[in-house]
Design a protein around this ligand. Structure first.
Ligand code: F6R
Length: 607
């Protein structure tokens, strides 16, 4: 939610800075801006509403020059989407400019004090108080560093901040508390960014700021200090494992489609994760008397799917709680293990759940995609997904990867728990190994048909996604995909639940999709079909996602997408890929903003 970038150099960096903020646009794209320092005379700020390219055209970004600067891509939280509310914000005397990600919870009090002192505000944002506060302290302290730190100490809430000043034109001041910020160390310049994509085209060497730290970055140096004490912290440089090309579209029209197509490789990457890491968590899960799995949005549905796998194959039923509700429901103590799932590793709700678990002395673990993210650094046991950057706001490949990793954990626990034999575990693992080929087949052979179904039904405003057992979380996840990318109302529910009320909605304005298991799961299959019959009997449109072996029977579907036969252990993953494509093609037919759907941001770092 919002992206910050900054570059300190001795040469003109304006074009590079625009590139950085363009790469961060997936974090927020309702407005953006740049502040450039060129010597000690003035800071030049350009900002407006719109995407980086729109604002660049309106504000003539190409004419800007400067050897040091900061930039911001905004996703509005405090204050409407207006030019005035766009970042950077500048102090009354124009000596300081700031960008900020996060929320300053005590900004109204600070603002009241500053107004009394004569400060004039030009925006409705919480951010603007910070820059006036720094200016106010600077008047008294005559030191930028002391003014910056004093202002930081007055702030409550969360922040990643970058500040430039005409008083010290060669330095970027930055700080973090509960909002990500890292420093990139290049040959001729140093960088800051909310994540690696701000600078990976220029350097892979990064240093991560921790909560409660600030840094002063110049073209050839950086230091890290604690906000509370001013004491210097030494932090090793880490090499980022991702390549710049991984964040490019690679010929696909959208990142969403590219990321759906990357899934065969992503499954393989998840299978390649060191077994020791998987075993390590499996042991924790078994040792502790209670296991919680938490996540939110898609990762909540991944956790729910994990719950079914744990129950069916490992004889364990973990508690699964959406992370935004975690504090209000979980009874956590030192006998618990809490596993968080998060692509970004920065989601506020999930971080808060983990912090709560830590404060109650529970053992914490996380499956996270982004190296160096807050969650990656705070948990006792970390499994990094190795899914590569997921740029589309909608999560696809990262979710599938989490499912595979969880399935691997389940197999280890199942063996330790004597619910399955080692031989069975190996067979299931082999079946996961068939997934890349099976997904590829679906992508190559079924996309056209799924596209035509999506086109035919693109005017339908209500969809119901139904599944039983392990297909129920898949149904919920699929409904979420439809809502967020196509802006079409969708609900996911257990198909057995349908007859308890929702069936009243079946008519020609509502379409249903039903996920059917393969032949071997006889009981589940028959129960699923009985729900399908209920829809058919009421004349509702029903799309069945089914497997080859059953496709010859007279089935109660209006249309069916018949997949090649697959073992039950991996079948739900395959059906999910079909639903991803259905949402994607519905959204493209409706001309939606695929990679950046309205009102959504890639990492939701606010409460
Ligand atoms: C769905 C989606 C969101 C995220 C959720 C958690 O496509 O993108 O529902 O899954 O905000 O985000 P992470 O995984 O970054 O914690």
């Amino acid at each position: 939610m919002c992206g910050i970038a900054g570059i300190a150099s001795l040469e003109d960096i304006s074009e590079r800075l625009v590139g950085s903020i363009r790469n961060l646009e997936y974090r927020g794209y309702d407005s953006c801006g740049i502040a450039l320092v060129n010597g000690s005379k003035a800071i030049r700020v350009s900002k407006n509403i719109g995407t980086v390219d729109e604002v660049g055209a309106k504000e003539n970004f190409s004419k800007l020059k400067g050897s040091l600067g900061i930039a911001h891509a905004r996703w509005a939280t405090h204050g409407k989407v207006t030019k005035a509310n766009a970042h950077p914000h500048t102090s009354c005397g124009k000596g300081f400019s700031i960008t900020h990600n996060g929320i300053i919870s005590n900004y109204t009090n600070i603002k009241a004090g500053l107004l009394k002192l004569g400060h004039k505000f030009s925006s409705e944002t919480d951010t603007e108080v910070i820059v006036h506060l720094v200016e106010e302290y600077y008047k008294k302290l005559k030191s930028v560093e002391q003014a910056f730190v004093s202002a930081l100490r007055d702030l409550d809430g969360s922040f990643a901040i970058a500040l430039v000043t005409k008083h010290e034109p060669g330095r970027i001041y930055c700080a973090r508390f509960e909002s990500p910020l890292l420093i990139g160390l290049g040959d001729d310049a140093n960088y800051i960014g909310s994540d690696f994509s701000a600078f990976i085209q220029h350097t892979k060497n990064a240093v991560f700021l921790e909560d409660g730290e600030y840094s002063i970055v110049t073209h050839d140096s950086h230091c890290i200090k604690r906000i509370s004490t001013g004491e210097t912290v030494s932090r090793p440089v880490q090499e980022l494992k991702w390549d710049p090309e991984m964040a490019q579209k690679g010929g696909f029209p959208h990142y969403m489609l590219k990321e759906i197509y990357e899934q065969p490789q992503i499954v393989q990457n998840a299978l390649d994760i060191d077994r020791k890491l998987i075993l390590g968590f499996a042991k924790i899960a078994l040792e502790k008397s209670r296991l919680y799995i938490t996540g939110v949005g898609t990762t909540f549905y991944v956790a729910q799917l994990g719950q079914y796998y744990f129950s069916q194959y490992a004889g364990l039923t973990p508690m699964v709680i959406s992370s935004d509700e975690f504090r209000f429901l979980a009874q956590v103590d030192k006998n618990c293990a809490v596993l968080a799932l998060s692509q970004s590793g920065e989601t506020y709700d999930t971080l808060t759940a983990l912090r709560h678990a830590k404060s109650m002395k529970a053992t914490t673990a996380a499956i996270v995609n982004v190296m160096g993210s807050s969650m990656a650094r705070m948990v006792d046991h970390l499994i990094l997904q190795q899914s590569g950057p997921e740029i589309c706001v909608i999560s696809t490949k990262a979710a599938l990867s989490q499912m595979i990793i969880l399935a691997r954990v389940v197999l280890e626990v199942g063996v330790m728990n004597k619910r399955i034999t080692l031989k069975q575990a190996k067979t299931f693992e082999k079946e996961i190994g068939q997934l890349p080929g099976a997904i590829e087949k679906i992508l190559n052979e079924k996309s056209g048909f799924i596209h035509s179904i999506a086109k035919t039904h693109s005017k339908i405003r209500h969809w119901l996604f139904l599944g039983r057992g392990r297909y129920y979380p898949i149904a919920r996840e699929s409904a979420l995909k439809m809502k967020e990318v196509a802006y079409v109302h969708a609900e996911g529910m257990p198909s057995g639940f349908l007859k308890h009320g929702t069936i009243a909605l079946i008519d020609d304005r509502l379409n249903s999709v039903i996920f059917t298991p393969p032949e071997e799961e006889k009981q589940l299959y028959e129960l699923t079909l009985s729900s399908a019959e209920e829809i058919k009997a009421r004349g509702g449109y029903l799309l069945g996602i089914t497997f080859k072996s059953r496709s010859k029977e007279p089935l109660p579907f209006t249309d069916q997408i018949v997949l090649p036969e697959a073992p039950p252990f991996i079948a739900p993953f395959l059906e999910m890929v079909v639903a991803q494509l259905l949402s994607y093609f519905t959204a493209t037919t409706l001309k939606r903003n695929i990679d950046r759907p309205r009102s959504l941001a890639k990492s939701v770092t606010v409460a």
